[in-house]
Design a protein around this ligand. Sequence first.
Ligand code: ADP
Ligand code: MG
Length: 559
Amino acid sequence: MAKKQFKAESKRLLEMMINSIYTQREIFLRELISNASDAIDKIYYKALSDDQLVFDKDNYYIKVKPDKANRTLTISDTGIGMTKEELENNLGVIAKSGSLAFKKENELKDGHNIIGQFGVGFYSAFMVAEVVTVISKALGSDEAYKWESRGADGYTIEPCEKATAGTDIILKIKENTEEDQYDEYLEEYRLRSIIKKYSDFIRYPIKMDVKGQRPKEGSDNEFEEYVEEQTINSMVPIWRKNKNELTPEDYENFYTEKRYGFDKPLKHIHISADGAVVYNAILFIPENTPFDYYTKEYEKGLELYSNDVLIMNKCPDLLPDYFSFVKGMVDSEDLSLNISREILQHDRQLSLIAKNIKNKIKSQLQSLLKDEREKYEKFYKAFGRQLKFGVYSDFGANKEVLQDLLMFYSSKEKKLVTLDEYVSRMPEDQKYIYYASGESIERIEKLPQTELVADKGYEILYFTDDIDEFAVKMLMTYKEKEFKSVSSGDLGIEPDASENTSDAEEGETKDLFEYMKNILKDKVKHVKASKRLKTHPVCLSTEGELTIEMEKILKAMPS
Ligand code: ADP
Ligand code: MG
């Protein structure tokens, strides 16, 4: 039997697409500008293999022009243009991408910048436009054509006049309704901010006529309006620049421009990866804890660009929770984008990039710790708690990544020290890494339980953050040394022979202890003679895994 072809109801398809693919209307401008950039790029690539064609960069640009009186927005480019057939094929057939075909024909591989691939972006114009008119003249052709459509009910094509090669896309912007506002797409400041947001790094100038005021000549207090053509986009993305060309100020400006934070970055990390997955990234460790950082409102994530075009504002999959304080962006050509260029399905490249980034952040933090101790301590005061949460969550699965980044206050050094520093200073006879928990350093210093350990000359780590003890319970050991609370029953310290309480002494105190136990009843399990006290008459200690401090926290937690 002869096979029949599916027929798509293109009217329905178009409506469905326009209304469901994109979550934000403003991206229509990103799509049309990307197409314009592709059209210029095509001349560039053609010129590479065609001696007749010269690519003089100054002749190529994109222009965005609102006209409030006529309610039109025009996006023009000096790119390769479209013939009548191309208008039919590329704009008349949904999901047909002339750009994807171009890449295949010209065998463009890595390093190219052509953005289009799905053949749907153009139709996003119908989210804001009642009528879309395309006037195009193909490079090297004498004829220009006008394509026009109101969306669902098809399109017309007819010959028209156009002086030079390229394309004008004229959008008749919809009228405002009660629910939907469209006027904003005719406002200069709004268009400018959309261009900045999504298309700042398009490699050709995106120009607009910008109104300004200046003092009238020959007058002190009179002003006149003037119009000036300005380039809105910065064009060369900082992440494509060579690290050697960039100053710390360049990175700081980028951080501020992008509004990653109101503070300054404590450190930037610039990655240009060329291995299994190709990507560029600029990451920042902020100087201060964002005010909402330890709340549910805080959203982690990095900006994700594909070929210098913003795809996603906050891609959470790029960062593990314990590095959620990192800000910045990633740009990659290798991503398999879905059709709306918004959400990425579980992409293998993306997880490779995420893994790579995680390792980079770790090693950069380690070198900060090694080379710029003060900065590291500043970082640790702002975000150390998150690292400790990271150790605690996932049942210690992140131990390897995080354990060397932890710091605790030391009884000996009277400042923050790392576990590595602690262990490397341990006397040979010391079996455990000792810690004491309490509300504050001052309070811990007064704990009777610390006496014996301190007297032995052993260092004690002070845990003042409620997560501390839970975190080391997950670590279990560091460099094969177990952690031990100074208030646990068995401290693993051999008492000196002279200090041993004899059995006789225990006999003498037996009655006293029984008396005390009777009074304290269920409040304590036993009353015993202790070998750890020096100057204090009495202290509390625990048996088993939980220390008194942990019990307090667990009791305080809502059940
Ligand atoms: P995509 O960009 O993913 O290919 P679009 O729907 O955005 O899909 O565009 C469809 C096709 O129309 C493009 O692939 C390109 O061939 C053509 N096209 C769109 N805009 C222009 C333009 N400004 N100049 C030249 N060709 C264009
Ligand atoms: Mg496109």
